[in-house]
Design a protein around this ligand. Structure first.
Ligand SMILES: NC(=O)c1ccc[n+]([C@@H]2O[C@H](COP(=O)([O-])OP(=O)(O)OC[C@H]3O[C@@H](n4cnc5c(N)ncnc54)[C@H](O)[C@@H]3O)[C@@H](O)[C@H]2O)c1
Length: 323
């Protein structure tokens, strides 16, 4: 099988990133800006940060539009667009309870608008899906051909089901209109530019450990997660974007930790005096999560580069300056 060839420069290419003010999307924007692409960011700041856009705005090849993508997109009438990255979606379990309708709308109506734009511009389209499409998985580790175990009316359903819809819509545009599409299923990712109060496990534990507060573990902490550092994820997404396969790829880091181990490691790495406390496990919390990266590694040399300790240190440094 031919390996994906990664371009050393993206000069002359235009990349549109929906959700540009967010954690992963802003990291991706910077990656493409550094490769010389013209990057168009769109965001409505529902969960994104203005500081991420301020940082990106220091690049002369960055352009930003403040829009809610499921209401309308900016007018790109005469503009050439080569790549459209559909990254705009809140992704934290805290958001699932507060803005479930907005989440369903951005992943359905928002994705539809971006796919229509990709069709019009003859652009390559990438959907940022999630390991949540596997729900609380019955097989381990999760491979792309596993169809999942999702509760369609549970507390996470607004996210899980709308991402499943987004994948189905993406494949429908591919089959019906021959749009050049890609799908990445992203597993837990962390790193600088995450909101410290974002509510996901790593920012929770780091901020608690930094403040000397108890680390809150839900359940007995035996559930597992596999954490990927953001720059490794960007490399995986870029590889899939440059591949020629429209079917989904898992993206992440296969190193698996229990949540209890994660809390203990973060306390140790940050030299904190915090203790661990246990709270009831939320409904539908996945018990095990680890990507099978075999498919991605068959088409590329992708391997995560940033270890857990290094990643936690870099994230904590960032939080120190933003807390
Ligand atoms: N970080 C992870 O661990 C992870 C895991 C799986 C999937 N993903 C996916 O990656 C993408 C980015 O996730 P993230 O963790 O960086 O989240 P994030 O919340 O930091 O970024 C999402 C961005 O989308 C913007 N947005 C949301 N709705 C919008 C709308 N209607 N119009 C315009 N902008 C809108 C938000 O303001 C935010 O800036 C999401 O699609 C998410 O589902 C992330």
């Amino acid at each position: 099988m031919n390996k994906v060839v990664l371009p050393i420069s993206m000069e002359g290419k235009t990349v549109l990133v929906a959700g540009a003010a967010g954690f992963v999307p802003s990291t991706l924007c910077e990656f493409y800006l550094n490769l010389g692409a013209h990057v168009i960011g769109i965001d409505n700041f529902i969960t994104g940060s203005r500081s991420n856009i301020d940082l990106l705005s220091s690049y002369k090849n960055f352009e930003f539009h403040q829009h809610n993508i499921y209401e309308r997109l900016p007018n790109f009438k005469d503009q050439k667009i080569d790549y459209i990255l559909s990254m705009a979606s809140p992704a934290s379990p805290i958001d699932f309870a507060i803005i479930p309708v907005e989440i369903m709308r951005v992943n359905s109506e928002g994705t539809l608008k971006l796919l229509e734009l990709a069709k019009e511009k003859n652009a390559r389209f990438l959907e940022a899906s999630t390991s949540e499409v596997y729900g609380d998985p019955e097989i381990h580790p999760q491979k792309e051909d596993y169809v999942g175990h999702v509760n369609c009316i549970g507390p996470r359903s607004c996210y899980d089901e709308s991402k499943r819809f987004a994948e189905a819509l993406t494949m429908s545009f591919h089959h019906k209109y021959n749009v050049d599409t890609r799908i990445v299923r992203i597993f837990n990712t962390y790193g600088p530019r995450m909101r410290p109060n974002d509510g996901r496990v790593i920012p929770n534990f780091i901020t608690q450990a930094m403040k000397g507060e108890d680390l809150t573990v839900y359940g007995d902490g035996s559930q597992t997660r596999s954490f990927c550092f953001s720059t490794d994820l960007v490399q995986a997404i870029h590889t899939v974007l440059m591949s020629n396969d429209p079917t989904p790829f898992n993206c992440g880091n296969p190193d698996e930790y229990t949540v209890k181990q994660t809390a203990e490691l973060i306390i140790k790495i940050l030299g904190s005096t915090s203790k661990i406390v246990y709270l009831p496990l939320p409904k539908d919390d996945p018990k095990r999560r680890r990507p099978d990266l075999g498919k991605l590694q068959r088409v590329s040399d992708y391997a995560p580069q940033v270890g857990f300790e290094e990643g936690i240190r870099q994230t904590a440094e960032y939080f120190k300056s933003s807390l």
